[in-house]
Design a protein around this ligand. Structure first.
Ligand code: GP9
Ligand code: MN
Length: 716
């Protein structure tokens, strides 16, 4: 006991006590108050050690102060601030399932401004734990059990302590990066940074980003929009009269096919079709199918694809726009346009946590009325894979929400089972035989794609039997590649190419993803037009009968006679109907003929060389304008006539069931939901799924009870 007293009476010992308390409180909070989705033992270890390093670094500041009393006071102040940050995050998380960011603290964030309800409402009885340490410290000081250590502190000790902190931090960062590569580079989810590196690091990281962003924004002026507007005016492609308004007033259902590549369509493995349902849809006379459609995502992957489809602008050259700018940017996005022009209700269905890719904030700025994230689905031990609910479970359980949406609705379903590493449990496979290459990811990819196909068939069957189908336009698209270039040589024989002759041209062909528009009565067919994700928004809006002329959208309607067929990739490579232009390591263009895959020698072909230069300039301009609009947040300076800017404060994704029911009751006989139109009877009984996790028990599909219990944990 005396030994302990001796230690605590030294300045370093006292500091150690503070670090211990901070560590203990944080770890308790991690497990009790946050859902960080910690899965493997290494993640638990990282979580347990991550509060230490930054606490050591921060508290060591006080050691540089020579005057003892002042040094102790500074230590105390840092301790109080750290405790306040922790407790602030706890309260904030209870309301928003998110963490305090620089902009939230500084009050500049448009989304989740401060605490919505009063902080007191967010408190819980066990919170006294977070104040217990203060009582203990005060008692120890008042009883003089701990006295101020008046001896001077050696500079060297202070420096050594700081270095110890830095060393611990580097260690923490290294194991974090090994468990989750590109943790800071890609910033997929704030929860990941907290989980791996703690609150301090998250706040520091977020502050640096925010200050940089705010700087770019504060320098922007309204006239920066002039170039953008003259570009969109000049490049506008008027709608095709045959298709304009063909889906007017219909529900629009977007199905995001995770990591789904075009080569899977009509593909067979061991004589068995991989995706029989999608194949039938692809070849259906009521489907407009594109076979030269490319994904155009960057590091933001899914979120970049979503961003293009919702806003008609590209993602960023680095990182994810959703994560970097999505909390604060002004969007003129599909949900808001459809709602304002044609009275659509909008919703996203996705079985991962809402904070992933910052969706919970971004969707508010886009004007999404509802966001059903993992907290709206019944989760059991085997219901999820790494990135969320299995597709069959997510889609079948979504029916009970979908049928409550007022029509017309704009509903997006983000599937996730066909995501790397594609390791579907055996019981979810209906006997599909995987190919047998020596790369297991390649083999498994076909199995999860097949599973997704089955899940979609069940979903379509429900849409048909519930009648939703007759009144809807269904759009399906693959968001990006599932197999990366490094896996393509293993894939080569399965797509009829010899691995040894596989080239970067072949890699670029693998970036083709499906894009299909299906609607009863739509004049369909296989359309060979070249295009990409940036072109989807104007295509859909025109089908819905909405003019796009005054919106800042950088793609063009795929069905328009004036559609531009130069497909720009995020890295400035591009594809035209005849050529594929990729940069070599020195940035010089390598040009391939699409028909043969042969490389063309530009020096032998000056006319083509000139064209390539011209195309490249067009691609660069388009990407640069997109980056300017996004980075400078220029849409805040430009509001299209008749469009009302979205106020994110009007949206929140808590208590959505209550919101659905209230809307239905308020509208009474005027309610247009599928449920109301069905004589106030549910249609979920029409949803049939063979998902083994349900064991034939329909409770999850048919009732809200499991969700209303407040089943709110994470699925990562
Ligand atoms: C996660 C899912 C996957 O919620 O959308 O994102 P990705 O890793 O494909 O970008
Ligand atoms: Mn994805």
């Amino acid at each position: 006991m005396n030994k302990l007293k001796n230690i605590l009476n030294k300045r370093l010992g006292f500091m150690g006590l503070l670090i211990f308390f901070l560590w203990l409180k944080t770890v308790i909070a991690y497990y009790v108050d946050f859902s960080l989705g910690v899965s493997d033992p290494l993640q638990h270890l990282i979580l347990i050690i991550n509060p230490i390093a930054t606490a050591v670094i921060l508290l060591s500041i006080a050691l540089y102060i020579t005057r003892p009393k002042a040094s102790y006071i500074v230590m105390g102040v840092i301790y109080v601030l750290e405790s306040a940050l922790l407790y602030g995050n706890i309260l904030y998380y209870r309301e928003f399932s998110d963490f305090l960011s620089f902009n939230t603290i500084a009050g500049v964030s448009k989304v989740s401004k401060g605490l919505g309800g009063s902080a007191a409402n967010m408190m819980q009885s066990h919170d006294f734990i977070y104040g217990l340490d203060f009582i203990i410290i005060v008692i120890l000081l008042l009883t003089h059990y701990i006295k101020i250590d008046a001896r001077p502190m050696r500079k060297l000790t202070a420096i050594a302590t700081t270095f110890l902190g830095i060393f611990l931090f580097s260690f923490n960062l290294t194991i974090a990066e090994s468990n989750r590569p590109q943790l800071l580079g890609r910033t997929f989810d704030r929860a990941y940074i907290v989980k791996y590196l703690g609150f301090n690091t998250f706040l520091a990281y977020d502050s640096i980003k925010a200050v940089q962003n705010n700087q770019v924004r504060s320098e922007a002026v309204g006239t920066d929009m002039d170039d953008v507007l003259s570009y969109t005016k000049q490049n506008y492609a008027a709608p095709n009269p045959t298709y304009f308004g063909k889906a007017k007033g219909k529900n629009i259902i977007i199905i995001h096919l995770e990591s789904f590549q075009q080569f899977l369509i009509n593909d067979k493995v061991n004589g068995q079709e991989v995706t029989p349902f999608l194949n039938s849809l692809y070849n259906d006379k009521n489907t407009m199918s594109f076979d030269n459609f490319y994904h155009e995502v960057g590091q933001g992957k899914t979120s970049d694809a979503e961003n293009m489809l919702e806003t008609g602008l590209f993602g960023l050259p680095e990182g994810s726009l959703f994560s970097k700018l999505g909390s604060d940017n002004t969007f003129q996005a599909a949900p808001a346009i459809l709602s304002q022009k044609e009275g659509y209700t909008s919703a996203v269905f996705h079985g991962n946590v809402g904070s992933f890719w910052n969706r919970d904030n971004v969707y508010k700025n886009m004007g999404y009325n509802y966001f059903f994230d993992s907290s709206y689905y019944n989760k059991t031990e085997d219901s999820s894979m790494q990135y969320g609910m299995k597709d069959k479970l997510m889609l079948s359980e979504s029916a009970k929400y979908l049928e409550q949406l007022q029509q017309p609705f704009y509903a997006k379903f983000i599937t996730v089972t066909n995501h790397y590493p594609f390791d579907l449990p055996d019981e979810d496979n209906d006997g599909f035989q995987a190919p047998n290459t020596d790369n297991s990811a390649v083999n498994n990819y076909f199995v999860t794609a097949h599973y997704l196909d089955n899940a979609l068939k069940e979903f379509f069957d429900y849409l048909k039997s519930s009648g939703i189908y007759d009144n809807s336009m269904i759009v399906l698209y693959g968001d990006h590649y599932g197999l990366s270039n490094s896996q393509n040589t293993a894939l080569a024989p399965l797509v009829g190419v010899d691995s040894n002759s596989w080239t970067e041209f072949n890699d670029s062909q693998m970036q083709k993803v499906p894009f299909m528009i299906h609607m009863k009565g739509l004049k369909g067919g296989i359309n060979h037009t070249y295009g990409g994700e940036i072109d989807v928004l104007p295509t859909i809006l025109h089908l819905a009968g909405i003019n796009t002329k005054q919106y800042v959208q950088l793609g063009t309607d795929l069905l328009s006679k004036n559609h531009s067929q130069i497909v720009a990739f995020r890295n400035k490579n591009f594809i035209t109907p005849n050529y594929t232009v990729l940069k070599d390591s020195d940035g010089n263009p390598e040009v391939f003929k699409n028909s043969t895959g042969e490389q063309v020698d530009l020096d032998q072909n000056p006319a083509l060389k000139q064209k390539v230069t011209k195309w490249q300039e067009a691609v660069n301009t388009k990407l640069k304008l997109s980056d300017t609009v996004n980075n400078k947040n220029l849409l805040r300076f430009y509001t299209p006539t008749g469009f009302t800017p979205v106020d994110s404060k009007d949206y929140n994704y808590q208590n959505e069931i209550q919101k659905l029911v209230k809307t239905r009751d308020d509208l009474g006989l005027k309610s247009t939901s599928v449920y109301s139109k069905n004589g106030n009877k549910t249609t979920t009984n029409l949803y049939n799924t063979d998902a083994p996790e349900l064991n034939g028990d329909r409770t999850v599909i048919d009732s809200w009870s499991s969700i209303l219990k407040g089943n709110n944990d994470s699925t990562k």
